[in-house]
Design a protein around this ligand. Structure first.
Ligand code: ATP
Length: 323
């Protein structure tokens, strides 16, 4: 395969740039020409792509976001949109595509591969909800940002003997909330996989207050049914149930924007290099991900038909750990 393309799609994740860099430079190292597609699948449909040289990916390994831009494309969800994308790839004689992104992006990658085009996915989403990779690009950095916020909030919470409720990202998956909550010593964690009722959260916080704690921390995943809005409304009416005064913080997109840490740079570099290798060696329609410490491939069809399960053993420790 002499010519390949790379795109980033869905939510940006710190480390995407390191993955682009690895695809471009290892591709060049294998004698390939590598095209960068701007704005994900939208750019693919519009034929918005350019040849990238080794110097075009200089100085990006340490930057968050994605130099290629990302987009959410409704058109790519239609067969017509995908056929237009295919025409653009064929017109330039491109023989393979690397798709760096999360669940939706890999579903798109699988759909393109069903039209007979060779695709390799790179596992990248801060939600860590992608089947086929224990850790995805961006998770570790986002986790550390959430953790720093918890640490800071705990300092002010202790000074005023308050409870803080922090919302972290995670539409369908509580990974970020659970791990940042455990690492930050939260008293209660609310995730879609193990919903706590507002009464249960209030009771955890009340017992912390009665045990003489100076602060309490509740970490809530944005995708939980009992989300921040529900909990806030309940606590407004039942103030006395908590003991503490409560303050609310939504971390929002701050979690996405960080400089990738060492873990994400290394993971992205390994996965990007593996994706180029797969295309060069004729291994197509797979996701490259991290499994038990090794870079492994999983067929895209398995990635899109299976749901990754969150390891809930840590969740069961929350009550003991916050004693
Ligand atoms: P993140 O979880 O980090 O936000 P993601 O890859 O899951 O990333 P999505 O917005 O779900 O992000 O998907 C990105 C793009 O993938 C969509 O805008 C769309 O173009 C494409 N896509 C999603 N689902 C499908 C599908 N069923 N068929 C074809 N393409 C799809």
């Amino acid at each position: 395969m002499k010519r390949i393309a790379v795109l980033t799609s869905g939510g940006d994740a710190p480390g995407m740039n390191a993955a682009i860099r690895a695809v471009v430079r290892t591709g060049i190292g294998r004698g390939m020409e590598v095209y960068g597609v701007e704005q994900g699948y939208s750019g693919l449909i519009a034929g918005n792509m350019r040849l990238l040289g080794a110097r075009d990916v200089s100085g990006i390994i340490q930057t968050g976001g994605t130099m290629l831009g990302s987009a959410r494309s409704l058109e790519f969800k239609t067969e017509d949109g995908r056929l237009r994308a295919l025409r653009e790839l064929n017109r330039r004689d491109i023989g393979g595509l690397v798709v760096i992104g999360g669940n939706g992006s890999q579903t798109g990658a699988h759909a393109l591969s069903q039209l007979g085009f060779p695709v390799v996915g790179v596992a990248s989403t801060i939600d860590n909800d992608l089947y086929g990779s224990d850790m995805t690009i961006g998770v570790d950095t986002a986790l550390n940002i959430a953790l720093e916020a918890i640490d800071r909030l705990k300092i002010t919470a202790s000074s005023h003997q308050r409870a803080f409720m922090l919302e972290v990202m995670g539409r369908d998956c509580g990974y970020l909330a659970l791990m940042s909550g455990i690492a930050g010593g939260a008293e209660a964690i609310v995730i879609p996989e193990r919903e706590l009722t507002p009464e249960q959260v209030a009771s955890e916080i009340r017992t912390a207050y009665e045990r003489g704690k100076l602060h309490a921390m509740i970490v809530v995943a944005e995708g939980a049914k009992n989300n921040m809005d529900e909990l806030e409304a309940f606590f407004k009416v039942h103030k006395e149930r908590l003991g503490f005064e409560i303050r609310i913080t939504r971390l929002g997109h701050v979690q996405r924007g960080g400089m990738p840490g060492a873990f994400d740079r290394l993971l992205a570099t390994r996965l990007g290099a593996a994706a180029t290798r797969c295309l060069a060696e004729g291994q197509h329609n797979v996701l490259v991900g991290l499994k038990q410490g090794d870079i492994m491939t999983t067929p895209l069809v398995e990635v899109v038909t299976n749901k990754k399960q969150l390891d809930l053993s840590l969740f069961d420790l929350v009550a003991d750990l916050s004693r």
